[in-house]
Write a protein that binds this ligand. Structure first.
Ligand SMILES: Nc1ncnc2c1ncn2[C@@H]1O[C@H](COP(=O)(O)OP(=O)(O)OP(=O)(O)O)[C@@H](O)[C@H]1O
Ligand SMILES: [Mg+2]
Length: 232
């Protein structure tokens, strides 16, 4: 599905990604974990064409997308829910979903009904201004909007950030459900425990480098991971 090979990404003089390589296979959930500033969001931004690498390549379903523009990648099956759930705060829930329904000049008219089936909470609030939704509801809206394009690969950047334990559990249940219905997922999380639990495989990022990878289970058992990310 996705093959990232040796990418180096800079913000001016700051060398944020130092030779990152990773794979996401069809139907997998792959987690990317690591401390603040490790380069997780930059990795997702580079895959989705918002940043570009000086080296290496990125392939999506066997197509080289290293130099593709972000807006073109949606039509190729990639969706990215960025950090901090970027929704249109002044618009209603329905209007936000409609914004996500325009893909490559076409309008996904079944998408809205699908979104409301998947997120009944949003259906009841479809005329509510998005900025007045709770944090968890805003995250659901951001995910629902990304799903309007029926992506093959969904990238989620810290979907559980700032949510109460019950809402975190709900978001992870939705992730599992999406995975069951055939969406491949690349998940960035600070919540390493939850991420490793749902992930088939995971990569650990430190200072712009991948320092460890393995199955979710292997990493959850690793002493290094336990010490650094799982509180002992
Ligand atoms: N727009 C920017 N300009 C300059 N440096 C940046 C910019 N965005 C990120 N960086 C730097 O790049 C590095 C990687 O940042 P990134 O946002 O990818 O980290 P992260 O792993 O997502 O962290 P967090 O868990 O805090 O979200 C950091 O050192 C950060 O300060
Ligand atoms: Mg980040």
């Amino acid at each position: 599905m996705l093959k990232v090979n040796d990418i180096n990404v800079y913000y001016g003089n700051i060398h944020a990604l130092k030779g990152i390589s990773l794979d996401v296979h069809n139907d997998e959930i792959v987690a990317l974990i690591g401390a603040n500033g490790a380069g997780k969001s930059t990795t997702l931004k580079t895959i989705s064409g918002l940043m570009h690498s000086k080296t290496g390549s990125i392939r999506l379903m066997d197509e080289d997308i290293s130099h593709a523009e972000a807006y073109k990648l949606v039509a190729k099956g990639l969706a990215h829910v960025p950090e901090g759930r970027r929704i249109f705060l002044q618009m209603t829930v329905l209007e936000n979903l409609e914004m996500g329904a325009y893909v490559d000049g076409g309008y996904m008219k079944d998408g809205i009904a699908d979104a409301f089936n998947r997120f009944p909470r949003l259906k009841h609030r479809k005329n509510q201004i998005a900025g007045t939704l709770s944090g968890g509801e805003q995250q659901m809206l951001a995910m629902a909007r990304a799903l309007m394009s029926q992506p093959k690969l969904l990238m989620l950047d810290e979907p559980s950030m700032g949510l109460s334990p019950i809402l975190v559990q709900q978001i992870f249940d939705i992730i599992k459900e999406l995975h069951k219905t055939g969406t491949t997922i690349l998940l960035v999380e600070q919540n390493a425990e939850m991420a490793l639990e749902v992930a088939d495989r995971a990569y650990v990022l430190e200072s712009g480098r991948i320092v460890l990878s393995g199955t979710g289970e292997e990493l959850a058992q690793s002493d290094r991971i336990k010490k650094a990310y799982l509180g002992g």
